[in-house]
Design a protein around this ligand. Structure first.
Ligand code: ATP
Ligand code: MG
Length: 286
């Protein structure tokens, strides 16, 4: 069977500036895939192309075997999308927002009622169905957007920065929901600039930098390629240097070669080390 998402040679330029620059990527059915990159890397632009909102400059995207540029109308029923910015109607309640979306997908009255009830329960918002959008918390808004995206039962869900602006506890609740959807069979493609989010959630991560993927694999696989142990060396309060080793024994051997004026930390490598090493840039949180 073909992949759920198949991207080849994708490019997008705005006023001559390449924002997506030769992207090749395949996401399998059932995967929880993370697109990790700093602000401006091209994550949202890629999602917009994949969901037919923006036309690519060149290249091809197949969603469930359907070409997004040739047949945008058919492809729309294949996926749900939760956009980066709040896109709920603030004059309506949570249930009314879902109702509006269900009508757009031409669901019958009975289907609408059943699914809205089922989805509000799924995202744990049944008690807040009749609250206006402005009267609920950021986490509830995000869960309402997720419920709305699932109304037509898509097999593929795009989440653009699903937890941006949420506190740590609320973020974990959204993570649980994303895991639950994935284990219920939904393929999830999410973008994030939170490294810990990619590390906690994703089976596979693609690191995006200036519009192309510079590394791809499971978080563990990427850490292993770098070296599982990191040694940080700070010389007399100057800038810190990083060295990576396959194991503690080899790191310890290296430590013996250092002089005592250096401040040294030995620890496990993480995905942030991978990112910094690859791009020379920290992923900045907001
Ligand atoms: N409609 C547009 N017209 C011109 N430039 C654009 C447009 N949309 C995006 N860009 C530019 O393309 C680049 C990538 O933007 P994009 O929104 O895809 O990044 P991102 O990875 O989603 O960033 P963030 O983490 O801030 O959401 C940025 O430099 C942005 O200014
Ligand atoms: Mg974005």
């Amino acid at each position: 069977m073909s992949a759920m998402i198949e991207i080849s040679g994708l490019r997008k330029s705005y006023s001559g500036k390449m924002v997506v620059d030769g992207l090749d990527l395949s996401v399998d059915r059932g995967e929880l895939f993370g697109f990790l990159g700093p602000n401006g890397a091209g994550k949202t632009t890629t999602i917009r192309i994949l969901t037919t909102l923006t036309k690519p400059t060149s290249g091809q995207v197949l969603i469930n075997g359907i070409d997004v540029t040739r047949d945008p109308a058919s492809v729309k029923s294949e996926f749900g999308i939760v956009q980066q910015h709040l896109s709920l109607n603030r004059d309506l309640t949570i249930a009314e927002n879902l109702e509006l979306h269900a009508r757009m997908h031409h669901l019958s009255g009975r289907e609408r009622k059943e699914r809205i009830e089922e989805l509000l329960d799924y995202v744990e918002l049944s008690d807040h169905a009749d609250y206006l959008i402005d009267d609920v918390s950021g986490g509830m808004k995000r869960r309402a957007m997720i419920a709305r995206a699932l109304i037509h039962r898509p097999k593929l869900l795009f989440l653009d920065e699903p937890t941006v602006g949420l506190d740590a506890q609320t973020r974990r609740r959204v993570w649980d929901l994303i895991r639950k959807m994935n284990s219920d069979g939904t393929t999830v493609f999410l973008t994030t600039h939170y490294i810990e989010e990619a590390e906690a959630l994703c089976q596979r991560v693609g690191v995006l930098h200036h519009g192309s993927i510079i590394a791809i694999g499971s978080p563990l696989n990427l850490r292993m390629k770098l070296g599982m142990i990191t040694v940080e060396i700070t010389l007399n309060g100057n800038s810190t240097q990083y060295r990576y080793f396959p194991d503690r024994a080899q790191a310890a051997q290296f430590l013996q070669t250092l002089t005592t004026t250096e401040r040294v930390i030995m620890r496990e490598s993480n995905l942030e080390d991978v990112f910094v090493e690859l791009t020379g840039q920290k992923v900045l949180g907001d």
